[in-house]
Design a protein around this ligand. Sequence first.
Ligand SMILES: Nc1ncnc2c1ncn2[C@@H]1O[C@H](COP(=O)(O)OP(=O)(O)OP(=O)(O)O)[C@@H](O)[C@H]1O
Ligand SMILES: Nc1ncnc2c1ncn2[C@@H]1O[C@H](COP(=O)(O)OP(=O)(O)OP(=O)(O)O)[C@@H](O)[C@H]1O
Ligand SMILES: [Mg+2]
Ligand SMILES: [Mg+2]
Lengths: 227, 227
Amino acid sequence: MIELRGIGRDYASGDATVHALSDVDLEIETGEMLTLLGPSGSGKSTLLHLLGCLDRPTHGSYHLLGRDVSRLDRNQLAAVRGEQIGFVFQRFHLMPRSTALENVALPLRFAGVGARERRARAADLLRRVGLEDRRHHRPAELSGGQQQRVAIARALAADPPLILADEPTGNLDSQVGGEIVDLLLELHSEGRTVVVITHDEGLAARTERTVRLLDGRVFADERVAPD
Amino acid sequence: MIELRGIGRDYASGDATVHALSDVDLEIETGEMLTLLGPSGSGKSTLLHLLGCLDRPTHGSYHLLGRDVSRLDRNQLAAVRGEQIGFVFQRFHLMPRSTALENVALPLRFAGVGARERRARAADLLRRVGLEDRRHHRPAELSGGQQQRVAIARALAADPPLILADEPTGNLDSQVGGEIVDLLLELHSEGRTVVVITHDEGLAARTERTVRLLDGRVFADERVAPD
Ligand SMILES: Nc1ncnc2c1ncn2[C@@H]1O[C@H](COP(=O)(O)OP(=O)(O)OP(=O)(O)O)[C@@H](O)[C@H]1O
Ligand SMILES: Nc1ncnc2c1ncn2[C@@H]1O[C@H](COP(=O)(O)OP(=O)(O)OP(=O)(O)O)[C@@H](O)[C@H]1O
Ligand SMILES: [Mg+2]
Ligand SMILES: [Mg+2]
């Protein structure tokens, strides 16, 4: 489903260059779940944004579902992002003037789903992340962990086959965080491809594959034998 | 140093009321360090904002260093916030058009410190959190964990006697997170009063006192016997 070859991502910084990613080769099969770990600044979010078609690499190629992403035009890219990929951002990126319900329903508007169906599905997702009673709150009226859960629910709204989550439990206590992990594992068991950036070694141990970055490079790629 | 009596904080939400905090009594001695834990949405950030004089309670009283905070005028409050308190926000709140160095130096501008001294101190703090080579980056050019560390360095810039940190390691891997924890413990050992919101039970176990919130109320207040 995903093939990265020789991926590099550079940033200009004054007259120096930051090599956020270098020489990354990565293949992810349809239906696979992997955790992505590494020190702060090692390139995880950068890699996830490339996978999510939210950024372009400086070097290398990215094939998604057999298509070379660099050859897709703007409309095709927007369709991929809207329909194929659910992205949970590390900084949430919720719309500040919309309620939790409206934020979660937004991907369904792009998918052309009717208003009543959108609201029902959004309410259902918010219930799944424990926020039904906060659905009419705006982001500023939510705790950090509640905002994070709204971002998670939004990523799942269009029922995408590929879920990319950037530290989805970073602001959650262990109970609520555990419920989110269970939700991600459940989505995986339903056949979705799931990539989760985390610092939680416990979560890494529960997934069948863990990729570790160090200074922008793949440092380890560990597969656990299935039980 | 800190006395909260009968503290409540309500929010209007539609025609309902959210009781974010209710009946909170809390005393914190000068030089004490405590961790503040509780489920997502239990009122931790609300309590920290009240302690930091960034918000006013709906009910109850707050005495800080012997003074009733509700009786301070705007200038006195600004002075308290600028000179007495270092606050690390859960969502960082960095100035997007300023570099890491400028962000960290900002509290020192308010304190009237000269430009050269400000830059030297800010660079030193960024070195302490491992970001010297990123000091000229703007927040958008930093990883999530790097932004968090800039927020931490900024809170320490004016060398405040009271440090309030809202989940300062939520975006950090265990190594860098451990360095931040060591830094906070070191600041405490130098005599500062430190309150840290965390979900990390390991950190809670290392501090002499842990207060736990549940649904806006103090659920537990545990002191560990000193070794
Ligand atoms: N402006 C507001 N209007 C209405 N409700 C609010 C507002 N701000 C916060 N709340 C509610 O107050 C409660 C406490 O929020 P707070 O941010 O203090 O929680 P928290 O313990 O820090 O949670 P987390 O661990 O998720 O960061 C939450 O249930 C939240 O929905
Ligand atoms: N626009 C930019 N300009 C310059 N450098 C950048 C830019 N964006 C990111 N970087 C650098 O690229 C590196 C990788 O960043 P990235 O956000 O991918 O790290 P990360 O692994 O997600 O870290 P964290 O765990 O702290 O979230 C960092 O060192 C960061 O400073
Ligand atoms: Mg990141
Ligand atoms: Mg909070």
